[in-house]
Design a binder for this molecule. Structure first.
Ligand code: ADP
Length: 262
């Protein structure tokens, strides 16, 4: 090979390596920025309950004589905030485990109907007058998946439906369908739903649409998304419905979840 073409190849190779290094560098900067943003969001989320706990415990400690009713009220705020902190830490830990691929799925055969029943009880839907309309199809569907993880997704969606549905006549519809080897389970409540501009971002960490209600940290749907990806399926917002509407989908048939977990 001629010296000039050897030189050309070398320069090309160097240019390619420089390009690759630049790309790696850009990626690392991007990861570092995301990590900083995540840490600052976490500290913000932790600081809010910590501040209440500190302030109310100081009042109890230094406030002198106080009627028992006032004491109980402050103690109960401290208790609620401690529970909020615990839930936040549990969610962060769960998300970190899911994102870092450390989970081992425990696959079992299970029926969709009883799984939905179990989730409804855990989400508190069986108390409080929520009307639940469920597709009879759910009773016929069998699954081979990590039923505990799937139940966790259902519980999350049902708890949200409970928080955000119409307060006067709460209702949740659960629709089930099978198409092209996928099972769809839709959760449609009669609340005000999520505005179109935010439907795309609602599965991101710390994403919250309404600050007024319920006070979650906005991690629940991010956890649902990770779990469904692990189970070989997914979760989407269903646009065009009157209330909050989410679709969980999952491959049906033996081995589908196992393949997804590889
Ligand atoms: P959170 O713990 O804050 O409820 P999620 O990740 O579960 O976190 O939900 C993110 C945000 O999406 C909520 O803060 C809420 O604003 C909105 N959201 C979730 N489910 C519904 C629903 N069924 N109807 C209306 N808004 C909802």
């Amino acid at each position: 090979m001629e010296y000039s073409s050897q030189l050309e190849m070398k320069t090309e190779e160097q240019a390619r390596t420089a390009r690759q290094l630049r790309q790696v560098n850009e990626k690392l900067t991007q990861i570092s920025v995301q990590k900083d943003a995540f840490l600052s969001q976490i500290s913000h989320e932790l600081r809010t309950p910590m501040t209440s706990i500190r302030a109310f415990s100081e009042i109890l400690r230094d406030g002198g004589e106080m009627p028992p009713e006032g004491q109980r009220r402050y103690a109960s705020i401290i208790h609620d905030e401690a529970i909020r902190l615990t839930r936040l830490l549990d969610d962060l830990l769960d998300l970190s485990v899911l994102e870092n691929a450390q989970i081992v799925l425990s696959l079992q055969d299970g029926q969709l109907g009883p799984l939905l029943d179990r989730a409804a009880v855990a989400a508190g839907l069986t108390e409080g007058g929520m009307e639940m309309r469920r597709d009879p199809e759910a009773e016929r569907v069998w699954l081979h998946t990590d039923t505990d993880r799937l139940a966790q997704v259902f519980i999350n969606l049902m708890s949200n439906a409970r928080k955000y549905c119409d307060a006067d006549a709460p209702r949740l519809d659960i629709r089930v369908a099978e198409s092209d080897g996928q099972l769809h389970v839709d959760f449609i409540d009669n609340g005000s739903g999520i505005p179109a501009s935010q439907q795309g971002t609602v599965f991101e960490k710390f994403s919250r649409v309404s600050e007024t209600k319920a006070g979650g940290a906005g991690l629940g749907l991010a956890i649902c998304r990770e779990i469904m990806a692990r189970l070989g399926g997914g979760i989407d917002y269903l646009p065009g419905q009157a209330g909050g509407a989410f679709r969980v989908y999952l491959p049906v048939g033996r081995g589908a979840a196992a393949e997804a977990a590889q």
